[in-house]
Design a protein around this ligand. Structure first.
Ligand code: AHM
Ligand code: MG
Length: 338
């Protein structure tokens, strides 16, 4: 009899463990904990309109932005889940000024560090727009058994051993890579499990969507202004004009473009010469996923994953998406293409 065959995130992680030589299961346990925290956060996000958790938490985060209560909740849930995994020796979060190190014997022995934006796009919570959690995992460089140090967190994105996001949208999805393709899991709330729904995601080389906060156009570099003009021109052969789509929630904008083909740009501006998005928490994990799906990510001149971070909360201009579209922006920026 033909049955309905589902594969849960946990089953998939265990199955994939065999892909890694000498895998001990430590990393699988860590990913599993991320999935558990995601379910807890999802529950709270879905209830945001019902209970008194909307609005400001009254604190200002290290970026000088007011924290919403859900940011605080998501941050706390993930940190607790990572701590209890016993595999993680420290966390860097967009919501915390300094790294958080876990200090008991078991935790200090953890082989991994975790970087995250626990709830990205949180200004969208009050208006019921999709938000997301972004994460990446590195192997520590400091010796096991000791406290994690800042250098563990300042590694190039090429050193990531896993990255992903959870999108809390019309359905909740967890999308991740360990450097062997990109896999998407959709939360089936009736059984409380993330189930494999998107196997080996590949993004189209050409897309027809551009995503950028066009309100800032006056402050963009000339190359970006010209590229926007290019997107708006009519040319049947290249599917132009492209559609402009901008949610203002990185995970949601990226997720749509990943599946449909498109480009997301958050450039530098005259007032913010490094753009807005953070290298460690937002750009590196998204860049890793993009490349694994056949796309590309750059700051305009350098591959995002090769930038050596000099500080935890460093920002970079960010251009990510379908490969040929990213190439085109680069040629507008660097060769002054007309
Ligand atoms: P946040 O980390 O404070 O939520 O800000 C990041 C968000 C991204 O999700 C989104 O791409 C960007 O900010 C939108 O910024 P803007 O409103 O300037 O277009
Ligand atoms: Mg963010």
């Amino acid at each position: 009899m033909k049955g309905y065959k589902i594969k849960t995130l946990t089953q998939f992680i265990i199955e994939r463990q065999a892909d890694f030589p000498f895998a001990t299961g430590e990393f699988s346990r860590l990913l599993y904990q991320v999935g558990v925290a995601a379910k807890v956060i999802n529950k709270k996000v879905n209830k945001a309109g019902l209970v008194d958790i909307l609005g400001e938490a009254g604190e200002v985060n290290v970026q000088g932005e007011e924290q919403k209560k859900l940011d605080v909740f998501a941050n706390y849930q993930l940190i607790q889940a990572l701590k209890s995994s016993g595999e993680c020796c420290g966390v860097a979060s967009e919501e915390d000024q300094e790294i958080i190190t876990f200090d008991n014997d078991l935790e200090r022995d953890g082989n991994y560090i975790f970087c995250m934006d626990p709830l990205d796009g949180s200004s969208n919570i009050d208006v019921n727009v999709s938000i997301g959690t972004i994460f990446s995992i590195y192997r520590r460089i400091s010796p096991r058994g000791e406290k994690a140090v800042l250098e563990d967190f300042l590694q190039e994105g090429t050193k990531q051993i896993a990255a992903g996001y959870i999108i809390y949208g019309s359905s909740t999805m967890l999308v991740y890579t360990t450097g062997r393709g990109v896999f998407g899991f959709t939360l089936d709330s009736s059984i409380g499990e993330f189930c494999l729904s998107h196997m080996g995601i590949q993004t189209p080389e050409n897309g027809a969507i551009y995503s950028i906060n066009e309100g800032n156009i006056g402050k963009f570099p000339d190359g970006v202004k010209k590229y926007i003009g290019y997107c708006q021109e009519t040319d049947k052969e290249t599917n132009r004009p492209y559609s402009g789509r901008y949610i203002g929630s990185l995970v949601a904008d990226f997720h749509r473009n990943l599946l449909k083909g498109g480009i997301f740009i958050y450039p530098q501006t005259a007032s913010a010469p490094n753009g807005k998005l953070r290298l460690i928490y937002e750009c590196n994990p998204i860049a890793f996923l993009a490349e694994q799906a056949g796309g590309k990510a750059t700051n305009g001149t350098e591959r995002i994953l090769e930038i050596k971070p000099h500080s935890l909360h460093q920002r970079v201009p960010f251009i990510v998406g379908s490969k040929n579209m990213v190439d085109k922006v680069e040629s507008f920026l660097n060769n002054g293409e007309e």
